[in-house]
Design a protein around this ligand. Sequence first.
Ligand code: GLP
Length: 262
Amino acid sequence: MRIYCTEDYASMSRKAANLLSAQIILKPESILGLATGSTPVGIYRQLAAWYRKGDLSFSQVRTVNLDEYVGLPADHPQSYHDFMRQNLFKDVDIDPANTYLPNGMAQDLGEECRRYESLMRSIGPADIQLLGMGRNGHIGFNEPSGDFPMYTHVVELAPSTIQANARFFDSPDQVPRRALTIGVGDIMRAKRVLLAVSGADKAEAVYHAFAGPVTPPGASLCVTAPPKRDPGRRQSRPGPPPENRRRRLRLTMFRKQTTTRL
Ligand code: GLP
């Protein structure tokens, strides 16, 4: 695992975009696992800027997104379909037919989970999976739990997630209560994982992702836990970092695929 600590959001975005663009340049037909939320916006802007300069092409890239709200049509401004269109796809030369997200409007959500799961299997593992992190440590929409589903599933959003995401809606009542998300097992099949985190309000979640213990654990633990972890080791970590250090925490974590703690 490599950890990059950067000065601010702009340099985090640039560093993460560099890592993604290196992947695309080395392998133009890369499969990218993509994420939504405010964190990756700067990363996508930087990638689009490099595309405009002629440094990068998405013409052979395929993308698979982590999640989508249940009940929002693809053209709803807060749907993740629309987010991806507005923040990346419309600004680069990607073929829309090569971009995949779960369908939150499916009549049969169980069937949609199975469809997305088999789609991911047919495409193959992501060469690199970009992740953000929720304030409660969630990844995609895998909410803190003692029992993370491995595969694509329907999730009831945690009250804290509804509250955090309410800033994108006119009122908290409009935030969908459910979502479709790929599972922790799906995420960990990626060849590499790039977890981007920014902001003092995420410091606690970052600390617990690396040092724990926390109950229930956030899914972020699964991507930060080193392989072959000694189960007792988490307990013996030092206490929380000093407040001033936590406030300055802005980092990007880049890692080879590890085994999970599941
Ligand atoms: C949503 C997404 C996550 C994302 C999280 C954090 O809940 N489902 O994939 O990581 O938001 O968003 P932000 O980057 O805006 O804090």
